[in-house]
Design a protein around this ligand. Structure first.
Ligand SMILES: NC(=O)c1ccc[n+]([C@@H]2O[C@H](COP(=O)([O-])OP(=O)(O)OC[C@H]3O[C@@H](n4cnc5c(N)ncnc54)[C@H](O)[C@@H]3O)[C@@H](O)[C@H]2O)c1
Length: 383
């Protein structure tokens, strides 16, 4: 596994270059950065880049995605990690609060977990930080006033949108589906719920893998876009009734719930790519009187039996299919290198005062950072 972390670090060309620069410039000297982001090999590369810039890094993960080898690797290199692999929200909450107890100067958040809890007990000295994802922006946007600090949303950079959410999530969700199920995709009908950046990439990748893809989205404008991109846009009941593969990527809760059990096709495989594990309401499905049996395999597949004899399968318990389950690889290294270069540059900008003031609370990455990171990637890859 350490070999894999080294492989990842070696392929993060932007972070490698930034590490060299930060080692000399020390933008975080004397500062503590508290982080709450998936603890997997690519984030190890990011956290060690911040540490090279002089930061004291204290880290926890996200629910259900912490990888023990990454935790060990970081601890061996001086990062204080308060995390363990868990799907227990109460355990995760204690880790998040332990990070805030250290009163970090900067926060690197994913899903809004740290900033939302900071508002429960604000402390002096927090300069601001970053939020990685769509779900976090949705949670933090209404809190921009009370936060009143720069919080730069990496997700809303066009680079993150096309490089990670569209291309990389689509690719890694397909890769995870194939690795976990070992099933054929050709000729299967897939229903993708949500046609934002992630859903677009998922729909495109499953189409490229020979699936007939339907898109379900609450927005008629987005359904029109999906239609003009060549996808089916049936109503959600028809999409579910015919889908062999159902994938959610909306950022919303209970996209698939117990009321849908009558529609799910015999043998269908359900999985979620959205940040939180409640897009498929697994407790409601499991607790429905029409579910007569559940078998949880150790390979990331749970099989539910319905009272009329149909079965359906759920991957990785409804947690993000590309980051949970057996041997999760997550999104491609280069896509994450781009997003994490944005992270490093945004935190540097806040630490050095280049970005300051309440006017920057929960806003996209400034254009000057996008342009610098895009230029660096094109140069590093000889484009
Ligand atoms: N798995 C990963 O590696 C990964 C990476 C990035 C983002 N994400 C997560 O994926 C989710 C989607 O991100 P995005 O950037 O595509 O978001 P987005 O806001 O661009 O798109 C979401 C789409 O879902 C639609 N939608 C909302 N509720 C719906 C519902 N009930 N049924 C059908 N459609 C619905 C919206 O209209 C919108 O078109 C978020 O939770 C995000 O945090 C996951």
């Amino acid at each position: 596994m350490t070999d894999r972390i080294e492989w990842v670090r070696a392929n993060c060309r932007l972070l490698t270059a930034i590490t060299g620069e930060f080692t000399a410039s020390q933008p975080f000297a004397g500062l503590t950065i508290g982080t709450g982001i998936h603890l997997e090999p690519k984030t190890a590369a990011l956290l060690l880049t911040l540490a090279a810039g002089g930061a004291r890094v204290i880290a926890t993960g996200n629910l259900s995605s912490t990888q023990s080898d990454t935790v060990g690797y970081l601890r061996d290199r001086g990062v204080r990690v308060m995390a363990e692999p868990t799907t227990d929200a109460a355990v995760h909450d204690t880790h998040l609060r332990a990070i805030l107890d250290e009163r970090p100067d900067l926060l690197l958040d994913n899903g809004g977990d740290l900033f939302a809890r900071y508002l429960d007990a604000p402390y002096p000295g927090l300069r601001g930080g970053t939020e990685e994802t769509t779900s976090g922006r949705m949670r933090l946007a209404p809190l921009a006033g009370p936060l009143g600090l720069p919080v730069l949303v990496i997700n809303d950079s066009p680079i993150k949108q096309f490089a990670e959410n569209r291309h990389a999530v689509g690719q890694s969700v397909l890769e995870s589906f194939l690795r976990i199920t070992n099933l054929m995709t050709n000729g299967k009908r897939a229903a993708v719920f949500g046609y934002g950046a992630c859903g677009k990439g998922i729909a495109a990748n499953f189409r490229n893998a020979g699936c007939l893809v339907d898109v379900v989205d609450v927005s008629p404008v987005t359904r029109l876009e999906a239609r003009l991109d060549g996808f089916g846009v049936p109503d959600r009941a028809d999409a579910l009734r015919h889908a062999d593969i159902v994938i959610t990527a909306t950022g919303a809760r209970t996209v698939i719930g117990a009321a849908d059990l009558g529609l799910i096709r015999d043998g269908a495989v359900l999985c979620n790519a959205g940040h939180f594990p409640d897009e498929i309401d697994v407790p409601a499905l499991a607790g429905s009187p029409s579910v007569t049996g559940r078998a949880d395999g150790d390979g990331g597949i749970s099989t539910f039996t319905l009272d009329d004899g149909r079965v359906f399968h759920l991957l990785t318990g409804g947690h993000m299919v590309n980051l949970a389950g057996p041997r999760p690889l997550g999104n491609s290294i280069e896509s994450m290198d781009l997003g994490f270069a944005l992270q490093a540059r945004c935190l540097e900008a806040i630490a050095t005062g280049a970005v300051a003031g309440p006017g920057h609370a929960v806003v996209p990455v400034p254009a000057f950072i996008d342009e610098a990171v895009a230029t660096a990637f094109l140069r590093a890859h000889g484009c």
